[in-house]
Ligand binder design. Structure first.
Ligand code: A3P
Length: 294
């Protein structure tokens, strides 16, 4: 099955108080009824926070470098639960039919949208967060190249919309804070940061292994680290999304830069000041700290 590259750009809608597009809400009832299994692992992120990177790491840690790695794209190995696009299998159907155990499942839902069965089954959840400035820049380039995202407009418009939370999956501020709060009451949630992963991938893989209850040899972990290096993932057709027709890599590749601090190439001095002021007002929980450089 292939995706229709001429799908119209979707409009943002208000969905239970969160900006969304229909490709992530049209299957709402079925998604809400999803039956999680106790060993399912949910990878939750705000879009562009490092979802694919962490999905790939978890997939390799669990299943190793098998034939699956060279024949099944990451978006089929780790289905995107809420996605429903004409002529493609829905994420929910892919998740239901995953042959692996455990099943790795991806979502961009804010915490209040997560199907209740994940909580009832006490599933492990890995949440990945990325600093807002780099997250915004990455999202902007993604919206430029991905025809199933709304038109991004120019950078200055985008900048304001991001601050207003008028993005697909809503406000970055609400997302990272909502999940952070959940961590206080739900112990099987591992909250990690893109910047930490970039700084010391080995250390973060060790933390993931301990959270997931996996013991892997140094040799195995070294192999995973090598495979998930940005340059290798960028070349890997099963990880780099190059098989998806709605993404125009001539505009911007999916594996774009993979850096901490690229925001400095996009933010003007005035935008940076405006951003910092706005950020201070919204990020009042001092226990949640991000790094915009490493
Ligand atoms: P940039 O656009 O800043 O390059 P997601 O998977 O959530 O959509 O996130 C995509 C972002 O993660 C992109 O950021 C992409 O380049 C980056 N990324 C993906 N794999 C990476 C890796 N192995 N190392 C560093 N960054 C990675």
């Amino acid at each position: 099955m292939s995706l229709d590259p001429k799908l119209p750009r979707p409009e943002l809608i208000d969905f239970h108080g969160v900006s969304m597009i229909r490709y992530f809400t049209d299957n709402w009832e079925n998604v809400q009824d999803f039956q999680a299994r106790p060993d399912d692992i949910l990878i939750a992120t705000y879009p562009k926070a490092g979802t694919t990177w962490v999905s790939f790491i978890l997939d390799l840690l669990h299943f190793g470098q098998t034939e699956r790695q060279t024949s099944v794209p990451i978006f089929n190995r780790v289905p995107f639960l809420e996605i429903i696009i004409p002529s493609l299998s829905s994420g929910k159907d892919l998740a239901d039919n995953l042959p692996t155990s455990p099943r790795l499942i991806k979502t961009h839902f804010p915490v209040q949208f997560v199907p209740k069965s994940f909580w009832e089954q006490n599933c492990r959840i890995v949440y990945v967060a990325r600093n807002a400035k780099d997250n915004m820049v990455s999202f902007f380039h993604f919206d430029r190249m991905n025809m199933i995202q709304p038109e991004p407009g120019d950078w200055s418009d985008y900048f304001h919309r991001f601050l207003d939370g008028k993005m697909v999956f809503g406000s970055w501020f609400d997302h990272v804070n909502g999940w952070w709060k959940k961590k206080q009451s739900y112990s099987k949630l591992h909250y990690m940061f893109y910047e930490d992963l970039a700084e010391d991938t080995g250390r973060e893989i060790d933390k993931l292994c301990s959270f997931l209850g996996l013991s892997r040899s140094d040799e195995e972990k070294k192999r995973v680290m090598e495979a998930v290096h940005f340059d290798n993932m960028k070349k890997d057709k099963m990880a780099n999304y190059s098989t998806i027709e709605v993404m125009n890599f001539k505009i911007s590749p999916f594996m774009r830069k993979g850096k901490v601090g690229d925001w400095k190439n996009h933010f003007s001095v005035a935008q940076n000041e405006q951003f910092d002021e706005n950020y201070k007002k919204k990020m009042t929980d001092v226990t949640l700290q991000f790094r915009t450089e490493i």
